[in-house]
Write a protein that binds this ligand. Structure first.
Ligand code: OVM
Length: 416
């Protein structure tokens, strides 16, 4: 592609092809090497997998706007085949699926107000208040698994922690959460990509889950002490309507489960396949946070989001005219050799804190403190109770257009 003063790299790469989702790293390398920013002709969008460009874009939220949606579909265009939300039209009541997120799909100043509400409910002190109880629950969960032979680490740990600890803290009833939250999130995260087979195959289950999810965004279904009800109270005091409060709670239900399931699953898998790193973690449990960060860097559970170029700009030397979407591949940036030494190596002693697995800037994951605590209690319990963590067979991957992680992970824990 050529403009007045430069020739731009064009790529026929499909970042949403099944084989790319299964093992994205060769494709990410191709994309990074093709140029700082590449035109993806198949979708008519820009893409970047370079750390410096992804980081610069998320930090410059005035130029790289979220209000047209952070998926491939352009929320400014309501109709057409790219309307990936079509399958959810009319389901549920109140804020149906189509209502844009008040956090994810907003720019300042609207975003700022919503972020203040959710950010103060998920504050460091609010999350810390749960630490003791969560540690005890995690110890009990891990304790039941040590020396019992093979079990599925995704089902028994990576899923169990968010579905119990996080969903309890939000104030959801026990009944229905496991059946509804995972299919809903799987659909929601597929919907950020193209209307491919993966997306289409998740619509029916997402549709079936939606009425439950939408109902449980409202205060009458939420424990008054929980984070969901707190969001409603704070939202009202900030001038939001009841339905808008429900849309804010929806963000927690959409973004808070599948992401942590896959992130916890990835750190379990990486530790099980790197016994020397697990041994080191047992000797130095102060590395727990770094170990989780390193897993999030290496596997990037949320591998991408889009922005729209809101005004003419230059990104890493590439002229980008206003108007088109740009794919920001956090998963590629987190392995960019321009930023990381031995980028493909799992090393819990490296300084991985600057990764983009939680994004950066004003849209950086608002729930990351919760994710860190879930990882902390899980890994603390593991390192205390299990001398070894082993896997005997390759894991099974869960493919999703946005979220990367495992569906099944055979594990064995021994006390020594
Ligand atoms: C939201 C949201 C935020 C992050 C991820 C996400 C479905 C949703 O605010 O609704 O995935």
């Amino acid at each position: 592609m050529s403009t007045m003063n430069q020739t731009l790299p064009v790529s026929d790469l499909d970042p949403f092809a099944l084989d790319v989702l299964d093992d994205p790293y060769p494709a990410y390398e191709r994309l990074r090497e093709a140029g700082p920013v590449v035109w993806l002709e198949r979708y008519g969008v820009w893409a970047t997998g370079r750390f410096s460009a992804v980081r610069a874009a998320v930090l410059d939220h005035d130029t790289f706007s979220s209000t047209a949606g952070v998926g491939l579909a352009d929320l400014r265009r309501q109709q057409g085949p790219s309307d990936v939300n079509a399958g959810m039209a009319g389901a549920g009541r109140g804020p149906g699926w189509r209502t844009p997120s008040l956090l994810l799909e907003q720019d300042p100043p609207d975003h700022t107000r919503a972020r203040r509400v959710v950010g103060s409910v998920l504050s460091a002190s609010a999350v810390r208040a749960r630490a003791q109880a969560w540690a005890a629950q995690a110890e009990a969960m891990v304790g039941q698994l040590v020396d019992t032979g093979e079990f599925d680490g995704i089902g028994r740990l990576a899923q169990e922690l968010p579905l119990r600890l996080f969903a309890d803290a939000v104030g959801l009833p026990r009944e229905g959460r496991a059946e509804h939250l995972l299919p809903f999130a799987d659909f929601a995260f597929n919907a950020f990509g193209p209307p491919n087979e993966l997306f289409r195959n998740s619509v029916a289950a997402g549709d079936a889950a939606l009425p439950w999810v939408v109902r449980h965004c409202y205060p009458d279904r939420l424990d008054p002490e929980g984070w969901g009800a707190q969001i409603h109270r704070l939202a009202r005091s900030e001038g939001y309507s009841r339905d808008e409060g429900a849309v804010l709670v929806r963000s927690l239900l959409a973004a808070g489960i599948d992401t942590t399931v896959r992130g916890l699953g990835s750190v379990l898998w990486l530790l099980a396949t790197h016994p020397e790193q697990y041994a080191l973690l047992r000797r130095q449990p102060e590395l727990i946070r770094a170990a989780f960060d390193e897993a999030v860097r290496l596997e990037s559970p949320t591998r991408m989001f889009f922005r729209v170029v809101a005004k003419d700009t230059v990104l890493d030397g590439v002229d980008l005219p206003a108007g088109e979407k740009i794919l920001l591949l956090f998963g590629a940036a987190n392995r960019d050799p321009r930023r990381w030494e031995r980028p493909d190596t799992f090393d819990i002693t490296r300084k991985s804190g600057g990764h983009l697995g939680f994004g950066a800037g004003i849209h950086a994951c608002v729930g990351r403190i919760v994710a860190y605590l879930e990882a902390d209690v899980m890994l603390r319990a593991l390192t205390r109770l299990a001398a070894t963590i082993e896997t005997s067979r390759p894991p099974r991957r869960h493919l999703n257009n946005t979220v990367r992680g495992l569906a099944e992970l055979p594990l064995r824990l021994t006390s020594g």
